[in-house]
Design a protein around this ligand. Sequence first.
Ligand code: PLP
Length: 296
Amino acid sequence: MTSLDLQEVITSSIHSNIFQNYDIDVLRTDLIHPVVSGNKWYKLKLHIEEAKKMGKNTIATFGGAYSNHILATAFACKVFGMDSVGIIRGEKPAQLSHTLQAAQQYGMLLHFVSRYVYDDKEGLKKYFNSDCFWVNEGGFSELGMLGAADILKECDNPEKYSHIVCSCGTGTMIAGLLHVAKEHQQVIGISALKSHTGLESDVLKLLPSHQQKQPVIFHNYHFGGYAKHPPELINWMNLLWQEVQIPTDIVYSSKLFFAVKDLIEQQYFKPNDKILIIHCGGLQGNLSLPANTLNF
Ligand SMILES: *Cc1c(COP(=O)(O)O)cnc(C)c1O
């Protein structure tokens, strides 16, 4: 099996008055690979292993037009010599997004389906059937959760943190973090979606029954909804870059860092708390912005 040539994950410390000079570490999984960013690789790797074990050579999955998961799957399949199929939500647009153009370049076969059909995942699996290994949208499964649990291993002495904060889409990553976090650690998720009411119960579905730790999830940092990026968010991303040189994306990580700043202002954390932010990349999503919107 060839490999992805992953870069080492570094932990950077940020210290700035925008975070009231709290000591905050950032686990930069965004730097592991230029295409397969952050948690997407961790969530995919066991699926790929499993598909290979089962002798399947095609991975099929689901996602939207800007999906980091679709892009990561296309790229990883190319590297591991597998075929990939992407079932894409919504009618085919006249102009494909950067994400989908890139996925296609990596050899992914794209099938566009209406939102209505997209919601019937089981029907779609039967329809496309063939001999694909199916990966759920966003890598949501026990394999995805177990892969995501490895994220914390990238960090030196992860036990020293009192709080681990990450962004949530499907909740697969936070489930993985909860799976390996210690008793004294609080794992906090910042949902990128507006009123994603089933998120907590989805997270619990991925955890073994003896481990039903209630996740702490904040639902009020979506800035208007999934992928919505009003000017306040763009200003925040530029300020964050200027102050601590951390690049963020419009869908997940910008809202994650904003939430930490806001929770600090609300005195959610105590001065002795040791906070770890998991930065999962997703920076390719910024390509959908007009040029020069961001200063990084
Ligand atoms: C996909 C993604 C997430 C969400 O991960 P889930 O496991 O679906 O909750 C968070 N941040 C970034 C940058 C992502 O690409």
